[in-house]
Design a protein around this ligand. Structure first.
Ligand code: PBG
Length: 334
């Protein structure tokens, strides 16, 4: 919003205007607060693993756990009690191969987790991440031919993965591989299998970011050769993000995501102002772990900083925030 000079003149100035009047007491400050976080804004990521009685903390992400299926019920009850409406699932398969077969297996880890969560509480919105990097032995987000990710074969597999997630009971799928045409391929596959009612949350503007480091520990998904810059976006580009978002909306995306969040608030704002679709932002692993690490050293106040970051992401224009802070933040907001 640009304020014209004439309006600025009419708004007045010191000493008539004193901005501190509305900052005097907590009640006054609350009355004029423009952005208010709510647990309803959050989507909580969960990492599911094979085995029994597994509740293993991820070293680089304190407070985040690998959970086996039997550990999901209490977790889901806690999340629901806190008023968090949705989770997004990431699976660690029993074994990896060049295609990532477990990714579209009816008894794959994510498919089992979806069924278990829907059994515990059918109201929870279960979103699944559709990608290959956790499942492939080379750690890339698609099928490899001649050391390159083969786009068009990969998106066909994404379609199969999405359908198998929907068959397990997923409420929404979230393609994160940054392949061209992935949203269209998934939309086509879902519609063809009778899932035209299942929405797609597209990781539309996903950058080749170094802030994903801790997640790659958590998901055991670092690329075994090269990097992801051949498919994820260059952090230097913002106009390109708008183009990615347009394409995903045209292909059928219901929600578009910007990822990471904190270093990309300008992109969130532009997407929000340009398109009338819900915008999600992913407050990624590195953004979480930085705060955790500094807090452990006593260098930052974890609660205050985390809430400030989440508020900033919402203020920038995010309707939904994927965040590892979801449970803590929901507690702090009570
Ligand atoms: C890819 C995927 C990644 C994240 C979510 N989905 C990692 C990557 O692209 O390397 C990162 C999330 C985070 O850092 O918290 N399936």
């Amino acid at each position: 919003m640009l304020i014209e000079q004439s309006i600025a003149e009419r708004l007045g100035a010191f000493p008539t205007v004193r901005m501190r009047r509305l900052r005097r007491t907590p009640a006054l400050r609350r009355m004029v607060e423009e952005t208010r976080l709510s647990p309803a804004d959050f989507i909580y990521p969960l990492f599911v693993v094979h085995g029994h009685n597994v509740r293993r903390e991820v070293l680089s992400m304190p407070g985040v756990y690998h959970l086996s299926i039997d550990q999901l019920a209490p977790e889901i009850e806690e999340i629901s009690a806190l008023g968090i409406p949705a989770v997004i699932l990431f699976g660690l398969p029993a074994s990896k191969d060049p295609i990532g077969y477990e990714n579209f297996d009816t008894y794959g880890i994510v498919q089992q987790a979806v069924r278990e969560i829907k059994r515990v509480n059918p109201e929870v919105v279960v979103i699944t991440d559709v990608c290959m990097c956790e499942y492939t032995d080379h750690g890339h987000c698609g099928i490899i031919h001649d050391h390159e990710v083969a786009n068009d074969e990969t998106i066909e597999i994404f379609g199969r993965v999405a359908v198998s997630h929907a068959e397990a009971g997923a409420d929404m799928v979230a393609p994160s591989g940054m392949m061209d045409g992935q949203v269209a391929a998934i939309r086509r596959a879902l519609d063809g299998a009778g899932f035209s009612h299942i929405p797609i949350m597209a990781y539309a503007a996903k950058y080749a970011s170094n802030f994903y480091g801790p997640f790659r520990d958590a998901a055991q998904s670092p690329p075994q050769f090269g990097d992801r810059r051949g498919y994820q976006m260059n952090p230097a580009n913002a106009r390109e993000a708008l183009r990615e978002v347009i394409l995903d909306i045209q292909e059928g995306a219901d929600i578009v995501m910007v990822k990471p969040a904190l270093a990309y608030l300008d992109v969130i704002r532009q997407v929000r102002e340009t398109f009338p679709v819900p915008v999600a932002a992913y407050n990624v692993s590195g953004e979480y772990s930085m705060v955790k690490a500094a807090a452990r050293k006593g260098w930052l106040d974890e609660r205050a900083v985390a809430l400030e970051i989440l508020t900033a992401i919402k203020r920038a224009g995010a309707d939904l925030i994927l965040t590892y802070f979801a449970k803590d933040a929901a507690r702090w907001l009570k």
